[in-house]
Design a protein around this ligand. Sequence first.
Ligand code: TXA
Ligand code: MG
Length: 317
Amino acid sequence: MTNCDTVTLSPDGFGLTKAAQVLGRGGLVAFPTETVYGLGADARNSQAVAAIYAAKGRPSFNPLIVHLPDLTTARQFCDFTKDAEVLAQAFWPGALTLVLPLRPDAGISTLVTAGLNTLAVRVPSHPVARDLLQAFGGPIAAPSANPSGRVSPTTAAHVLAGLSGRIDAVVDGGACDVGVESTIIGCAGEPVLYRAGGLPLEAIEAALGRPIRSELEAGENPSAPGQLASHYAPMGRVRLNAHRAEDGEVLLGFGAVEGAHLNLSPSGDLTEAAARLFDCLHLLDAMTAERIAVSPIPDHGLGRAINDRLRRAAAPR
Ligand code: TXA
Ligand code: MG
């Protein structure tokens, strides 16, 4: 969303009721956590999640962290391994994100997970974040509330400096205590450190009683090939900027194209296309498409992130 008035909400019952209403109708609300301010949207609503990427101007679809009120709720969205149980019991609520197998019935937008079958979840400890989760009553997807490539915000003023006019609201809960993002641990199998953060690795290793492996990611806008492996790609071979399907190809269209088997957005709307992207890639797999032609996508706004993802899908593997 661009050119809207961003309202500042108080962290009390009145402000949080408003914030929950905005989230409920698919809007974007920045809110404080103990680590940094997050830019929240309903994690079940693909259009709302696409709007996060548009507001941040993020040039790629990194999977997002889903914020939940407690471990019991988190078990409805993910399967907890034994190690994950230990870490959640020890450090939630707090600056720990766990990447776990996504439950098929979780109802999370595929844009949140970037089409992966794992989900990053975290239970924040900040009282305002907890009150907002309670008022909203659903999963909140939230990356840090800064324009892509800028430093993460630790006050409402930082959020407004970067995103005023691009998001619906910010809940002003003062300064964040921790000031760096959560530590991310992959816990679908043997635990692995994906991102160093607010919770020290030593504490995690002490709780598990053994050292863990590191597989650190290449920052927020990774172009490193390592990113490729962690992203969902369709099984078929992908040809980009195709104006029509050749023999044996399935056409993934964009805009008013003829002969498209699937269309990211018949009206040529980039937000809708982003919202549908990973669903369409999964559908192409379900169709066992072996060769996929994709219509040209304009390379501005969310189109840049869509094209980034499609280029990765088309890269030799
Ligand atoms: O402290 C924090 O974690 C803040 C506050 C707002 O909670 N959030 C945050 O989100 O830093 P974000 O979007 O900037 O970072 C999310 C990172 C992504 O870069 C990605 O590497 C990782 O989480 N991630 C999410 N889902 C993943 C998955 N399924 N597999 C691997 N990594 C994942
Ligand atoms: Mg960030």
